[in-house]
Design a protein around this ligand. Structure first.
Ligand code: NAD
Length: 485
């Protein structure tokens, strides 16, 4: 085993879990054993929540300009340790080094936004009648929780950690049991950056801890990122317990490709979108809607896809079950009449036989009723559905229950605007395959890709992590000055 057993991080210390239940942490790159992760019990969550509750009065009363100093130092530490952090992500998640490094760069950008919060979060003040002022201020909630998935071991936790904590909350995070190593490193960097004990806590675990978070009376808000199936469970359970909850789910992102699209740019964008991070991104292109004759672009897409080589510029998928699921979708579609133009099944990487690789895959003539056309595949696969018109393509996109992202490739501005207006997704790209809004813009989908109000990052997250206090103050000593006094 390459690393020591994973421990929880409670009240500023790494502590061994008392649970006897553990899981192996396996590297998707070669199947080697990296560590073991404890599946903690409810008692351990209670201890973490108590530590966070104890830290809250001091932290929430620290002025925000002082609180963000921790995140200026944390940002510097992310930059300083970029290589080590990226290597760790690659090992536990299986993505390539450059994808892992991009994840740290994005974590840095997220932290920069948190550092800027004092410039953004100020409340309002207005003299509403003579001598009387109304004032608003954003007040932290208390103890908040963040439950995260496996596909971005650093970026997704950093969607929530800097903003929630800089805004004065104390946090419990539940890492994905598949990638717990990066989170432990994040904890040590936050400590090194000077975050007071108890403000940030990690409780490793599985369903039991997630349920305990949703039920815990002292946790005020729960953010969740993961599959739609679990997002619905978490949203229902947390809100049923009267908690504020924002739960981001899975995705099925459609790219509309029009015949006038610039062929080289479109082909490289489509392939980058569907195969980046081995297709394990909630923003990955999954279904391409080819409108009219786009054969010349499909040919280029296939050429680009063949340049994506497992173990070189294409990472591994998270585990054997994932690889089997992805390959099953491809085989089923083929059996139902779709044409596999570039086949990534049975990919092998020499010297890494224990790794779980799927090659870049392009499937043409998929029909909207096939499972591969409707469901989240979460692998480096693009299925092409042919349509005659943009409206036909939009009808397919609109009918899908998800709504994270959609994109259109065209040089016609009027058509681009038409798709922006009609697509039923929270994030739209024009000639961009992965339309992730960058700070200060916020990230969040629609429909079954997100449950709850607002977005998880950027300015929108301020509303989620705080509550507004409204005070009305009379400075005027005179009585009966107006109808309100
Ligand atoms: P997942 O839903 O299996 O797990 C997410 C978290 O929930 C993990 O911490 C896990 O331990 C926990 N969990 C799993 N099953 C549970 C259950 N039955 N009850 C309670 N908790 C449970 O997701 P994953 O496989 O880790 O991540 C991939 C999914 O996340 C994909 O669907 C992807 O689209 C989605 N995702 C969405 C976004 C977004 O912004 N919308 C971002 C990243 C990932």
């Amino acid at each position: 085993m390459k690393y020591q057993k994973i421990q929880n991080f409670i009240n500023g210390q790494f502590v061994p879990s008392s649970s006897s239940r553990t899981l192996d942490v396996i590297s998707p790159l070669d199947g080697s054993l990296l560590s073991t992760v404890p599946l903690s019990s409810r008692n351990e969550l209670d201890t973490a929540v108590s530590a966070a509750q104890k830290a809250f009065p001091g932290w929430s009363k620290t002025p925000i300009k002082e609180r963000v100093q921790v995140f200026f130092r944390y940002k510097y530490l992310l930059e300083k340790n970029l290589k080590e952090l990226s290597d760790l992500i690659t090992e536990e998640n299986g993505k390539t080094y450059s994808e892992a490094a991009a994840e740290i760069e994005k974590s840095i950008e997220l932290t920069e936004f948190a550092c800027a919060l004092p410039q953004i979060v100020g409340g309002e003040l207005l003299e509403v009648s003579k001598g009387i002022e109304c004032r608003t201020e954003h007040v932290p909630l208390g103890v908040v929780a963040s439950i995260v998935p496996f596909n971005f071991p650093s970026m997704v936790p950093n969607w929530t950690i800097p903003n929630a904590i800089a805004l004065g909350n104390c946090m419990i995070i539940k890492p994905s049991e598949k990638v717990p190593l990066s989170m432990a490193r994040i904890a040590s960097l936050l400590k090194e950056a000077g975050l007071p004990d108890g403000v940030f806590n990690i409780v490793n675990g599985d369903v039991e801890i997630v349920e305990a978070i949703c039920d815990h009376p002292a946790i005020d808000a729960v953010s969740f990122v993961g599959s739609t199936k679990v997002a619905k469970i978490v949203y229902q359970r947390a809100t049923n317990n009267y908690k504020r909850c924002l739960a981001l789910g899975g995705a099925k992102n459609h790219l509309l490709v029009l015949p006038d699209a610039q062929p080289d740019m479109t082909a490289s964008n489509v392939v980058a979108s569907m195969s980046g991070c081995a297709g394990q991104r909630c923003m990955a292109a999954s279904a391409m809607l080819g409108v009219g004759n786009v054969d010349h672009i499909i040919e280029k897409i296939c050429n680009e896809a063949r340049k994506v080589v497992p173990g070189d510029n294409l990472g591994a998928v998270i585990n054997k079950a994932s690889k089997e699921r992805i390959e099953r979708y491809i085989t089923e579609a083929e059996q139902q009449g779709a044409k596999v133009l570039v086949d990534g099944r049975n990919a092998k990487v020499a010297g890494k036989e224990g790794g779980t690789y799927v090659g870049s895959t392009v499937i043409d003539h998929v029909t909207p009723d096939m499972a591969i056309a409707k469901e989240e595949v979460f692998g480096p696969v693009i299925c092409i559905i042919r349509t005659n018109t943009v409206d036909e393509a939009l009808a397919i996109e609109n009918a899908n229950p998800y709504g994270n992202a959609a994109a259109v490739f065209t040089q016609n501005g009027r058509m681009a605007k038409y798709v922006i207006d009609k697509a039923s997704a929270g994030m739209i790209g024009v000639n961009i395959g992965v339309p992730v809004p960058r700070e200060p813009f916020s990230f969040g989908g629609w429909n079954d890709s997100k449950f709850g109000v607002g977005d998880i990052t950027g300015k929108s997250s301020i509303e989620f992590w705080t509550q507004l206090k409204k005070s009305t103050v009379k400075w005027n000593a005179e009585a009966g000055i107006n109808w309100m006094s």
